[in-house]
Design a protein around this ligand. Structure first.
Ligand SMILES: [Zn+2]
Length: 226
């Protein structure tokens, strides 16, 4: 533990595997209330040092406990996790999370089944696009007047089958884009730390909802005002 460990977790990154596991449980409960991980959907992972922690697959994310969290190495191989008596397996998002860790040096990657993300994915072709909305300033490297774009890939019958498409989308996305949307499904969001990833996820969710509402009002969210 360094001296900064005495600061509250909301002001700093995780500094131990135990902190990462505890935080994944807390975020699972929080994101459930937002409708991001209901119906056992979505996923949460956090990196700490040379380890990546991930929630299990197909369970109620609001009820996960630290002893059900998987520990992976930087190659994405499970090195520790709940014993066979739990009957669990690692998140099906694992290869998709690993793409963001590998290609963007992410500190955390989140996957949301938010209805706002799902609806917004229906209203744009290959890229979600928005400009001149205050919440754009919550994205690292993005500004209010930018035309901010998020790639949209097509959904597949199984989550892991998204791997090649999400990899290509991350590789081609601008550096200040921190998400990939999956049509009729949801969104993957990352950040340098769990704090940035959570902030990005909240700002994107706001922008997705805003864009849906603007389109209903006949407004184009990808155009500047005036
Ligand atoms: Zn999903």
């Amino acid at each position: 533990m360094t001296g900064s460990a005495s600061r509250p977790l909301l002001q700093r990154d995780v500094q131990s595997g135990d902190e990462a596991k505890q935080l994944i449980c807390e975020l699972g409960a929080l994101f459930y209330t937002l409708g991001w991980v209901t119906g056992t959907g979505g996923g949460i992972s956090i990196k700490c040092g040379d380890r990546i922690y991930m929630a299990p697959s197909g369970v109620q994310k609001e009820h996960i406990t630290p002893d059900t969290i998987y520990e992976l190495d930087l190659q994405g191989e499970v090195v520790a996790g709940p014993g066979p008596e739990f009957g669990l397996k690692v998140s099906e998002c694992q290869p998709l999370f690993m793409a963001a860790y590998r290609l963007r040096g992410a500190g955390a990657v989140l996957h949301s089944h938010s209805v706002h993300a799902m609806l917004a994915s229906l209203l744009f072709d290959q890229h979600f696009a928005v400009t001149h909305i205050e919440m754009l300033k919550g994205m690292a490297g993005a500004g209010y007047t930018d035309l901010h774009q998020v790639p949209i890939i097509e959904n597949t019958p199984r989550e892991h089958m998204l791997k090649d498409a999400i990899t290509a989308a991350i590789e081609s996305a601008p550096a200040n884009t921190h998400a990939v949307m999956v049509r009729r499904h949801g969104v993957y969001v990352w950040g340098d730390t769990w704090i940035a990833a959570k902030r990005h996820a909240e700002c994107y969710d706001y922008l997705f909802q805003a864009a849906v509402e603007m389109k209903k009002l006949g407004l184009d969210p990808s155009l500047p005002p005036g």
